[in-house]
Write a protein that binds this ligand. Sequence first.
Ligand code: GAP
Length: 450
Amino acid sequence: MTEAPVEAAAADVDLETLISLAKRRGFVFPSAEIYGGFASTYDYGPLGVEMKRNVRELWWRRMVQERSDVVGIEAAIITNPAVWEASGHVDGFSDPLVDCLECRSRIRADHIENDTCPVCGVVGRFTEERQFNLLFRTFVGAVQDDAAVAYLRPETAQGMFVNFDNVLQSTRRRLPFGIAQIGKSFRNEITTGHFTFRMLEFEQMEMEYFCDPAESIELHEYWKQERLDWYRSLGVRPERLRMRDHDPEELSHYSSATSDVEYLYPWGWGELEGIAHRGDFDLSAHAASSGKTLSYFDPQREEHIVPHVVEPAAGVDRIMLTLLVDAYDEETDDRGEKRVLLRLAPHVAPVTVAVLPLSRNERLAPTARQVWDQLRPHFRTQFDDAQSIGRRYRRQDEVGTPLCVTVDFDSLDDGAATIRDRDTMSQIRVPISGLVEALQQRIDELQPEG
Ligand code: GAP
């Protein structure tokens, strides 16, 4: 099928349009929707879960497997509460809150401008500011008293600090080296909204890079550049990415310097990833609190040092949102018909190749199935034979599938199939026996640099 030429018109997506697409096509659903949902909580659907796996795997490959100086761990979500006392989260992990006396909204005090309520617009009608701790508390065991209190981790990072010595002893590392982890974190966020940008339960990908204090400033700069490069390698538009250094009053309780990778979201610039210089705050705090030595013996200087830490800390859900916002595009063809597409890079797209028989005609089915069988071991595939081929191309465009393979009646005679390109809508005819190589070549060409 030949498609009408298009007039390229990059469209910035508004959040409502994206939320609707994400739900309709199975990327992200409101959690427990049949019960009216739950604030700031979302479930990933069949396509979302595939894409999320790609994001995690790309991060792990770049941060752990392709490097010689980083190893991974998986630590417990619920652990000894002493960890969160020593880390400063029990006392210091809080947001300043006020209530608007007019509309009763609960608002972060540092989000208020010109003494005006951002919800109802009334000026100067707020309660006194008080600190609200973001830790989720729970109880371990049969008795719900203070002695049984435990916390759901608010960051994965502490798993790396409390295992610092275990990793050092078991892997015999030299500085600098990193410990990485991917896993769920939990925060009782009071400011909500912006879809998956701020959730109660979310997934972090964090790496603690332990280094000689004398090298830490230089390494902080190195990781800032490396992380920016990674986002570019995912295909995120460079003009919508920036690095912003925190002002001293913004710094978290553990940080001596933090820079954020920010993305230009539909509502403005926002944090995508934080890259903090944590100094020796955490190792020293845990050493003091546990009474254990958490240091590194420097064989050259022949002395023990407490390493400093540079921490690139990313959120999988925020990356998902960023990729969807960034990839969204609309085009109008010369018949005035709108085409919605996600220009996702092949390595992040949930489906890389869709197999589409021209029709459901039973003569086509065996060849189409055989093509699908041939491609499944090599690519993330989908088979779709429902409705017209034009509608199926549009459906694949809308979920970001870079390539479609169409099997038609000519295929039965010439043993060839058509590869159709999402971005250009161009079509080429390729022998079925050479499909895997032809598709791989096109996927390699489409992959962003970096
Ligand atoms: N260990 C350092 C740390 O946790 P953070 O800036 O609070 O630093 C790191 O979090 C990243 O985790 C953020 O840049 C963001 O991508 C993600 N993140 C944090 N809170 C989140 C939330 N409530 N919902 C979704 N993602 C969140």
